[in-house]
Design a binder for this molecule. Structure first.
Ligand code: ZN
Length: 258
């Protein structure tokens, strides 16, 4: 029997199959209602996460620079000066460090990856509650997406995240790089309808841009406003939008005392 959809709980139909980690023949299922595409129950994850940050991810640093710019623009557009940010699934802490360098009060959380660059700024050290949670390239890893996202929404209702939406032509496993067959860590692929279902369950709104960036929020944000805000990240003016003076030196002094 086919599994139920891990996002909305409705029935699924068979979608395709592929060879993961060059050895596991894995079945994919598509939800009849929200269109979310998921792998069968992912029994290979322990093997897939032997290195939590996948080795083929050469875009890690470049992506973090871009994401830090987008987050700074979002902070400037929709939040107050001095608001705290949590980078959930923050990996090695690259984004947390970049945001702090630009003056944002950002903290790190990740139960699976060692904190290399944001030591001293773990979630529990924040003196205030978080106004924004960022979580990039993590939703497609979640085994129980709705539960995980609900957990994040309890930290803050404002969640800026990235995950690539399934292209409208619905490529088969193996015909789209984002299936990540070589590392086996991507196990669920969202559609606008599956994100809308999550937003509704949480009593929030969701807005998406460029097929990959999404903002869950209490506010109803116009898609064009969101897209234009993010598009500024590609301009040289982005440094004008830093929330405050850099925390690089202050953080170093703080770290030398703990
Ligand atoms: Zn569904």
């Amino acid at each position: 029997m086919n599994p139920v959809c891990r996002v909305c709980g409705e029935a699924t139909h068979s979608f395709g199959e592929a060879l993961l980690l060059a050895k596991h023949r894995v079945h994919y299922f598509e939800c009849d209602v929200c269109g979310y595409v998921q792998t069968e129950d992912p029994y290979w994850l322990e093997e897939a996460y032997q290195n939590p940050v996948n080795l083929t991810d050469t875009g890690l640093l470049g992506r973090n620079v871009m994401l830090s710019r987008m987050t700074l623009l979002l902070l400037r557009r929709y939040f107050k000066k001095g608001d705290f940010v949590l980078d959930y699934s923050g990996g090695y802490g690259v984004l947390t460090r970049l945001l702090r360098d630009a003056g944002a009060e950002c903290y790190w959380h990740d139960p699976y990856t060692p904190n290399v660059f944001a030591r001293g700024f773990e979630m529990h050290r924040a003196a205030r509650s978080f106004s924004l949670v960022t979580s990039f390239e993590s939703f497609e890893h979640f085994v129980h997406p709705l539960e995980e996202i609900r957990k994040i929404s309890q930290i803050s209702s404002e969640i800026f995240f990235s995950t690539r939406l399934l292209p409208p032509h619905r490529p088969q496993p193996g015909q789209w790089w984002y299936y990540g067959l070589e590392h086996g860590q991507h196990i669920g692929f969202f559609t606008p309808a599956s994100l809308a279902h999550i937003a509704k369950e949480l009593g929030l709104h969701v807005v998406s841009a460029f097929g990959a960036y999404h903002f869950l929020s209490r506010r109803k944000i116009h898609p064009l406003s969101f897209a234009v805000t993010l598009a500024f990240s590609r301009t040289p003016f982005v440094s004008l939008f830093h929330p405050g003076p850099s925390l690089t030196v202050r953080d170093s002094e703080f770290l030398s005392r703990i």
